[in-house]
Every structure is written in C-alpha cells, then in structure tokens.
Write a protein that binds this ligand. Structure first.
Ligand SMILES: [Zn+2]
Ligand SMILES: [Zn+2]
Length: 442
C-alpha cells in the first residue's frame, strides 16, 4: 500500500498531483502549469493542525485544468415539480432549481463551457468539492487537535469559482456549488428574484466578499501608518448564485436582499476576502504571490533575529525563536510582554497573585505575557519587510510591521452579525489598541 501523504506544506494541490499522474504514461514533456492563484483559510499558520489531508487543507492552489470543466447558463423554463424534471434527474446535466412555490419552480440549465475551469468549495467531502472547508476555531491553529464544531454555519456546497482559461487573471466567484448530481436547489424560503427575465438568488448564510481597498491593499505603498486609526470601513458585499453583487442584508440570513451594486464585480483581486460564515478565505493571485515573501525568507528572518542572540534579562539565558511551530524548547522559548513589547524568557518574576498580569522587569509596566511564535504562512504577508518584528496581541504571532498593520485594519465578519479584527495565523480576536506590539529584544 502506498504511504499516505499526510503532511504537506500546502504548496502542492491534489489537482497538481492528479495532473502529473495522468500524464506520467506519456513521453511528451509536461507543459508548465498555469496557476490562477491560491485560496488560504484565515486562522492557520501554514497547514491544518493535524496536517493537510487531500482536499482538507489550509490552502488550495488553483491550477489550469488539463481539460475545461466549467459550465455556463443556457436555457431556463418553469416546471411544476422540479424533483421529477429531466434536468434534475439527469446527473450529468448541471442545473439550478429555484423553487417559487409548492407547485412552481424555475430551472436554469447549464452547459459545458470550454473557456472556464470550475473549482468548488464547501463543507461537504463529496467529490464535486475541490476544497473542503470546515468552521475555523480561534486559537486552535497550533494545538494539534481537530476542530469539532457541533453546529456548522458553512454550507456543504458553499461557493464555486470559475477561472477563465484564456485569461487567467479573470477568476469569478458565485454563491452555491453543484452537488454530486450536478444540481443546486434553492428552496421556497431562499431569497430569489427575477430581473430582466433572469432569475437569481442568495444562499442561506450567503457568501460575502470584500475586495482590497486601494489605501490598504496588499503591497500598497501607503499602508496605514503606525498609530493611525484607519480601520477599513466595511466594504463587504454579498455575491449571488448568478454572480451579482449586492449590499449586505440587514442580518446574515435575512429574507430581503441588499441593494444591487453595479460598480463592484465578482472578479477576485489579489487580497479579496471571501466569507463563508464560519471560515474566511483570502484570495491571492499568482502575480500577487510572486511579489510576496517565501517561506524560506520568513525562516531566514527568524534566523536573523536568533543570530543576534537575544537574552532574557532575568534568567540571562539565550532565547531562540522556534523556526517551526511545535518545536519550542521551553528553556529558550521567548515571551513578550504585550503592553511594552519587551521579550524575555520563562520566569516567575513579577507574577501577580490571582491575575494574568505581570510586571515587566525592564520597564515595570504591567500587562499580559504571550509565547512568541513566527507567522509562517507567506500568503498573509504584505511585504518582505526588515527584521523588525511585531507581535499580535494577545496570541503572540510575529510578523512584519506592514503585515500586522494590514490585518489590524481589516474588519472581518465574526459570528453571524458582527465584524472584528483577528490574527490571520490563528483567528484569535485581537485585543487592546492597536492590536499589536513592536518587539524589543535584549
Ligand atoms: Zn517592559
Ligand atoms: Zn495569532
């Protein structure tokens, strides 16, 4: 039996492996793979806690497929009983059924589109789902346990993405995905409407997207400066089953759709966030990733700080930032005082009774202490900044200045009706102002 490939750095997609496998019997040289981009779940630091497995992983790379599998809208018609209509019964015919009443439904048939590749995302492990996404549990990222969510809010067939095979920069997102029988059903209660002869609708919890704002986009020269109070105003919108863009509903699953927005498209941009209600994905385009730091670069950054041989001011022992999570040596493990940024080793000096707070031996400021660990998921980085490191408060994940500023400026849906800022490496809600601290090594 072949050894299962349990651990992966996520840089290889199962599709890539399939692709190569299919070609292995030919002698023809393999054409270079065209990469559309990557989808990365916020809250994981390079892989899922138990390791990436098959279609369950922390990120998914979208490559041009060997053969197109996209579909496009063709005809539509009214039926009385959708479940017994030919398009629904034919499990090779893609169709979307919009139930209007107990006795009336509109079926929209979809036909093969040789110009697009389709990728589907959702909680289901059925084969039409390319990227299986479960609810994110904050702070679980590195503790090695499986996340167990009893009541998931993520749809089993949450969304689909269609990439243009002739112009790989055009990658569009749509709410809802086709099930194993190539159907999408919008029940009687789902929000739907007809507009100039075409029907469209929304899924229960919806798919929200936010394109990067020009002032704070990834790689922007004018990322918000230190101490500025520039949190990006909510510019989240909802994408419909047909790919239209709408303002947010009054509440996540309200019956009434938001107002149509004609100046926003469903074409993903480098840095677009996609919220599935329970997990948030970041889209990185192939070009955007080419400008981002690599994992090797981030490990070198850690080495540079370690080469300075930082010392604990109390124990006088040398501190070593672990290059990989889970490899920490408690004697050398650095901790940060979240109120002042002083980095020290593990000791009990300044520990207050019945309190999580400590008094910093360097500056006597009181505050909580967090174990430091490097943010190693390159897709979350905004720049390849100098080795001046910052840490998120309260989780202690380290990143570059622009990166911590970027993520503390982006409000992300939290629960079903709120927005918040959180650490992209572990999904912990950020605390205090500004939500990060500059590290001071000794
Ligand atoms: Zn201090
Ligand atoms: Zn974190």
């Amino acid at each position: 039996m072949p050894k299962p490939k349990h651990i992966s750095d996520g840089s290889q997609s199962p599709l890539l492996e399939e692709h190569h496998h299919n070609n292995s019997s030919h002698d023809k040289p393999k054409p270079p793979l065209v990469k559309y981009g990557e989808l990365v779940i916020l809250g994981y630091n390079g892989s899922l806690p138990p390791g990436d497995r098959g279609r369950r992983r922390s990120k998914f790379v979208l490559y041009k497929r060997a053969t197109a599998n996209g579909v496009k809208r063709s005809k539509h018609y009214v039926v009385k009983t959708p479940h017994s209509s030919q398009a629904i019964l034919d499990s090779n015919q893609h169709s979307i059924s919009y139930t209007l009443s107990r006795t009336q439904a509109i079926i929209v048939e979809y036909m093969p589109d040789e110009n697009t590749d389709m990728f589907q995302i959702g909680r289901s492990s059925e084969s039409p789902i390319d990227f299986v996404v479960m609810d994110t549990v904050p702070g679980l990222g590195e503790k090695g346990s499986e996340n167990k969510v009893l009541a998931s809010t993520i749809s089993r067939f949450a969304c689909r993405i269609l990439a243009d095979r002739t112009n790989p920069h055009i990658v569009r997102i749509y709410a809802a995905g086709f099930d194993s029988s190539c159907n999408i059903f919008l029940g009687e209660k789902a929000t739907k409407w007809q507009d100039s002869g075409e029907i469209d609708g929304l899924t229960t919890n919806g798919v929200l997207i936010m394109h990067p704002q020009s002032a704070t986009s990834l790689h922007s020269q004018n990322a918000p400066s230190l101490g500025s109070d520039q949190q990006v105003a909510h510019d989240w919108n909802e994408v419909s089953v047909g790919g239209g863009i709408f303002k947010l509903r009054e509440s996540r699953s309200a019956q009434q759709k938001g107002e149509a927005k004609t100046n926003v498209t469903n074409v993903l941009q480098d840095g677009t966030l996609i919220d599935l209600c329970g997990a948030t994905l970041l889209w990185r385009s192939a070009e955007g990733l080419a400008k981002s730091p690599t994992k090797d670069y981030l490990e070198e950054l850690v080495d540079k700080v370690n080469a300075g041989r930082p010392v604990c001011p109390v124990g006088l022992n040398t501190l070593v930032i672990p290059r990989k999570s889970g490899l920490d040596n408690e004697k050398q493990q650095p901790y940060v005082y979240l109120n002042c940024g002083h980095v020290q080793g593990h000791h009990s000096w300044g520990q207050e009774k019945d309190s999580n707070e400590r008094c910093c031996p360097m500056c006597l400021k009181r505050g909580r202490v967090a174990k430091l660990s490097m943010g190693l998921e390159p897709a979350f980085y905004v720049d390849s900044g100098p080795p001046t490191l910052f840490a998120f408060n309260p989780c202690g994940h380290m990143a570059t200045e622009k990166t911590v500023k970027y993520w503390t400026s982006v409000l992300i849906p939290h629960g079903t009706n709120g927005f918040n800022i959180f650490c992209p490496f572990c999904a912990t809600l950020l605390e205090g102002y500004p939500g990060y601290i500059r590290l001071i090594f000794n």
